[in-house]
Structure formats: structure tokens, C-alpha cells
Ligand binder design. Structure first.
Ligand code: FAD
Ligand code: SIN
Length: 536
């Protein structure tokens, strides 16, 4: 089955939906998403969206804070674009019907780690689900946008898939759409599009402990890599310092519940199990130092003492204020037996965000003609070696808007598309060895957590690479003889992402931002890590 469209968008988080809404309604847009439409990292975002709103704040302060957090690797001109276009994008959301929190008639601005001013626009502590709700409602009102749930992207269509172009070595490859598995009907649809936007979000599920929901298996990174796109700075995985510690045995895919950075912005104190504070030993900004520093400090204290968690304490704050600012966190912790107005919250770091991704320009265009990447999957250059809190939703808004604008300008002048073959799965069989898949998921996630986490070393990286390469070989063999299904696609992508992270980490012979290695503690000249799968 073939579907032809002007624009194909893969992913229905903030980046995919906001891009769709900004495409000129005269063009036809398909948004495909692998689960139900709300299931995304966006839907779980708590703290909010950073933007210069208050008169005491300035663009320059937000730029400086972003660049300082980015530890020497931010692209300054791109940070400037993001910061300066931020307030317009917040206004767009308000006009689309997003209900942010207000105080005395003005947007209520919160503070988070690394920010010198209060600038986090939020909807209590459920910002993401409110943004997702308003974007989905707006998308549903648009007749040119078709949203297909339970459709998972397998691979992009490039010269590589077209028989007579397969061997053409070219610096100017094209993307002409993607092969998409319709999960309910078990058929692969050939989507042929003038332009494709990858908006598939993050890869937290690569790690055993993560704040990311189950959809975050890094599909877009792997898909883009297989198609020959450049991928940058993938060693910079952000570990959020404070996820709720639980010793319940659940599914390995269950995310850890996030305790928002806004709780520390509100005055929350980190304490050891003994009740002692410890952040003064690590940074003069204490609990509000950038995330890499706070996560490493917690990791260090845990390893030194053999403890499983530290505490986050807000019990000294007014209990009505706590409940008003953090109704969701209050409720979820209460369900787990912790009344945060009276009890310390047990917390541990967990994988949270990928600062690197598909390398794109200031309009989110990748190195493949016709392929854009927006949101967490992209590397625009605004995060450098460590993302500033609440800059992710902002980046997704600003650069998906810019991508849509450029697409609107260029769609009429796009070259014709060659004949694209349909998906060929002749000779493959339905999988009967599903236990191997679930076992391999666990192995990858455990291995990445143990060896490619907050503190790395040459030995740990090598160990991880050796083990994951073995799994890669086994899973590729299984993939070749099996009819595609969701789990094998995700496992395959998770493995490719792991190998990309390890390769990038091995290339960085220094400690910078989120990449800290015992073998190279010092800083070198700042350089981005770019890798590319050369397809011939
Ligand atoms: P997502 O919102 O993750 O959307 C990706 C979409 O792609 C999903 O619909 C998914 O189903 C779909 N998809 C994935 N693979 C495929 C495939 N193969 N085929 C089809 N569809 C696919 N950032 C902030 O700035 N502020 C915050 O307060 C904040 N809080 C956070 C709290 C939590 C718990 C988490 C996990 C993240 C938080 N972040 C926050 C980060 C931020 O939420 C994400 O970076 C951002 O939402 C990513 O948006 P996105 O549109 O790029 O991806
Ligand atoms: C949080 O609320 O702590 C998450 C904010 C972010 O990831 O930027």
C-alpha cells in the first residue's frame, strides 16, 4: 500500500504537532505516531518552558545561562535564535488554548537549576500534558492534517531503497518518505512525501533507570543513522538528579517518576540519609547548580556511602504552597506512602534527555535533502554538553516552527520523486522466539546503566561495546529473517543508539558537561563529536 503526501511527520509530541500546525493548510500533512497520540515525553513534562517574560530578565541573561550550562559546546548563534523567538512561541501556545499558571494576572514564572532569573512558564506541575492537550485539539480542528495512531516508522526511504540509485555515492542524498508499519493491521505502508520531519523524541529507554516513558526507544536516531544522516554529541546523555527512588520490582520499561527540578527551584534541599546537606561540597550554587553537577554529586555520595538514595526535603516550606505548586507530585508521592509536606522524598538520578541527535541547521534541516529533525531527536547546537532545565520544550517549539516556515517556502520547488519500491518481506517468517527479544532488552539497558552512565572510563566503555556488539549481531540476524513487529524494531533501534552513544563517548578524550570519564578528567579545546554511517 502506498500513500503520497506533501509532508510526513513522524511523532506526535510537541515538535511533531507544532510543526504540523505551522505547515501552510494548503499542503497535506500526515502525522504518524507509534502508540496513542498523547504518548510522548512531552506529555510527562513537569517543570515548564523557559522563556524571557519578566521585565527584570533579559535575552542576554537567558543566553548566558544556556551557554554556561552547555559547558563550552553551545552554538551561540543558535542559542540566540532560540531565546529571542521564545516569547512569540509562548504567545502562540496561549493563543492555541494552552492554560498556563498565572499569579496576579501575570504568567507565574518559576526558577530551575542554572537559571539566573525566574523564567519557567508552567501549568502547575503538569505542563507537558496541558501543552499536548492543546496542540492535539488544535490538530484535530485542522482538515489538512491526518493523524494516524499505532503506526511505527521502520526506516526512511532514500536512494538506498531505489534499485538503480542504490550504488550512487552522493553527498546530496534525498529522503522521500518512510516505510511505516500499521501495527493494528500488520501491514507496511510506503509513505512517499516531498518532505519528512523526524520528531520521534528521546532515547531514555536505552538505560535501566529513566524518567522517559516506554516510547522513548531512540527510533529516530537509529533510523536517521541508518539513512546516512550526521549524528552529533551523542555522548551527552543528561541524567536528571531527582527521580523518585523505589525498590518495587516492576517492568524494566516502567519509567521512574520525576521529582521536578522546580522543587529545588522552590527551595528544596538535598540531604544524605543522615539528614546532612551536601551540595555545598560541590558547587556554590548548591541545589540550583546545572544538572550535570547535581547528578554527579548525588552519584558520588551514593557510591561513597553505599546508599541507594538521597533525600529531597521541602518539609520546611508552607504545606499549602507545596500542594498548590506541585499538586501532581504531591499526589503521586502520597500514593507511594510519602507525604512531601512532612516526609523527605527519596530520590536518585535517572536517564532523562539526549542533548545530541541528528545534526541540523538553524531551520532544523538535516544533511539529507528533504529530511528535517525537530525536538529532542535533533542536535541544533543549543544544548552543547549539557541542557539547561526547561530549554527542551522551548527548543522544540522554536525550531519546529522554523522548519515549518522553511518547508512552506520551498515545497513548490521540490524535485520530482523517483519510483519507490514497496516494502519487501518475502522469505521472512513471523517471530516465534519473543523471549530472546525481552531478554536482550534487559541486557542492553542493564549494560548501558552499569557502564555508560554518569561516570565512565575506557574499560567500562569497552566492556559495554563488546557486549552490545554481540547483541547487535544476534538481533540483526533475527531481524533479517523475521516479519517486522514493534518489539524487534524498538530493540534494534535501542541497540543502534547504544552503539552510537558508546562510539561518541569513546571519541571524547576529556570530561565535559555530561560526559565525565575517570581516564580523561581534564578539558581539551571544545569540539563537537559528529558520526555518520557511510552507506555505499
Ligand atoms: P516526544 O514528546 O517524546 O514525542 C515523540 C513522539 O514520537 C511520540 O509521539 C512517540 O510515540 C513518537 N515516536 C517515537 N518513535 C516513533 C516511531 N518509530 N514511529 C512513529 N512514532 C514514533 N523539558 C522541558 O523543557 N521542560 C520540562 O519541564 C520537562 N520535563 C520533563 C519531564 C519528564 C518526565 C521527561 C521524560 C522529559 C521532560 N522534559 C522537559 C523533556 C521534554 O519533555 C522532551 O525533550 C520533549 O517533550 C521532547 O519532545 P519531542 O516532540 O521531541 O518528543
Ligand atoms: C523538570 O521538571 O525537572 C524537568 C525539566 C526539564 O527536563 O527541563
Amino acid at each position: 500500500m502506498k500513500i503520497k503526501t506533501n509532508v510526513l511527520i513522524i511523532g506526535s509530541g510537541i515538535a511533531g504537532l507544532y510543526a504540523a500546525l505551522n505547515i501552510d493548510p494548503k499542503y497535506e500533512v500526515y502525522v504518524v505516531t507509534k502508540k496513542n497520540s498523547t504518548e510522548s515525553n512531552t506529555n510527562y513534562a513537569q517543570g515548564g518552558i523557559a522563556s524571557v517574560i519578566d521585565s527584570s530578565d533579559s535575552f542576554q541573561k537567558h543566553i548566558n545561562d544556556s551557554v554556561i550550562a552547555g559547558a563550552g559546546l553551545c552554538r551561540q548563534n543558535i542559542v540566540e535564535i532560540m531565546v529571542k523567538e521564545g516569547p512569540q512561541r509562548i504567545n502562540d501556545l496561549i493563543n492555541l488554548g494552552t492554560n498556563f499558571s498565572y499569579k496576579n494576572g501575570n504568567l507565574d514564572l518559576a526558577k530551575e537549576g542554572g537559571h539566573s532569573e525566574k523564567r519557567i512558564v508552567h501549568a502547575a506541575d503538569l505542563t507537558g500534558s496541558e501543552v499536548e492537550r492543546s496542540l492535539l485539539e488544535a490538530v484535530n480542528r485542522r482538515r489538512n492534517i491526518h493523524l494516524l495512531e499505532n503506526h511505527i516508522a521502520i526506516d526512511l526511504i532514500t536512494e538506498h531503497n531505489v534499485l538503480n540509485l542504490r550504488n550512487q555515492v552522493s553527498d546530496t542524498r534525498h529522503c522521500w518518505g518512510a516505510y511505516i508499519l500499521d501495527i493494528n493491521n500488520n501491514i507496511v505502508i510506503t509513505f512517499i512525501s516531498n518532505v519528512t520531519i523526524l520528531a520521534t523524541g528521546g532515547l531514555g529507554q536505552v538505560y535501566l533507570h529513566t524518567t522517559n516513558p516506554q516510547i522513548a526507544t531512540g527510533d529516530g536516531f537509529a533510523i536517521a543513522y541508518r539513512a546516512g544522516a550526521k549524528i552529533g554529541n551523542m555522548e551527552f546523555i543528561q541524567f536528571h538528579p531527582t527521580s523518585f527512588y523505589s525498590n518495587e520490582v516492576g517492568s524494566i520499561f516502567n519509567p521512574s517518576f520525576l521529582i521536578s527540578e522546580a522543587v529545588r527551584g522552590f527551595g528544596g534541599k538535598l540531604r544524605l540519609k543522615t539528614g546532612e546537606e551536601f551540595m555545598h561540597k560541590y558547587d556554590s550554587r548548591l541545589e540550583l547548580a546545572p544538572r550535570d553537577i547535581v547528578a554527579r554529586a548525588i552519584d558520588n555520595e551514593l557510591k561513597k556511602r553505599g546508599d541507594d538514595y538521597v533525600f529531597l526535603d521541602v518539609t520546611f516550606k508552607n504545606s499549602d504552597d507545596i500542594k498548590e505548586h506541585f499538586p501532581h507530585i504531591y499526589k503521586r508521592c502520597l500514593e507511594k506512602g510519602i507525604d512531601i509536606t512532612q516526609d523527605y522524598i527519596p530520590v536518585v538520578p535517572a536517564a532523562h534527555y539526549s542533548c545530541g541527535g541528528v545534526l541540523v541547521d538553524s531551520n532544523s534541516h538535516s544533511c539529507l535533502n528533504g529530511l528535517y529533525a525537530c525536538g529532542e531527536i535533533s542536535m541544533t547546537g543549543v544544548h552543547g554538553a549539557n541542557r539547561l532545565a526547561s530549554n527542551s520544550l522551548l527548543e522544540a517549539l522554536v525550531f519546529s516552527h522554523r522548519a515549518a516556515n522553511q518547508i512552506n517556502l520551498n515545497l513548490n520547488s521540490i524535485d520530482s520523486i523517483p519510483e519507490i519500491p514497496e516494502w519487501d518481506d518475502s522469505g521472512t517468517l513471523s517471530a516465534d522466539e519473543k523471549v530472546m527479544i525481552s531478554h536482550s532488552f534487559r541486557e542492553v539497558k542493564q549494560c548501558m546503566w552499569d557502564y555508560v552512565g554518569i561516570v565512565r572510563s575506557d574499560l567500562r566503555l569497552q566492556r559495554a561495546e563488546d557486549r552490545i556488539k554481540l547483541l547487535h549481531k544476534e538481533v540483526e540476524e533475527l531481524y533479517k529473517k523475521t516479519k517486522v513487529f514493534e518489539d524487534i524494531l524498538e530493540l534494534r533501534n535501542l541497540i543502534i543508539c547504544s552503539l552510537i552513544i558508546i562510539e561518541s563517548a569513546k571519541l571524547r578524550k576529556e570530561s565535559r558537561g555530561l560526559h565525565y570519564t575517570l581516564d580523561y578528567p581534564e578539558l581539551l579545546d571544545p569540539q563537537e563529536t559528529i558520526i555518520q554511517n557511510i552507506i555505499l
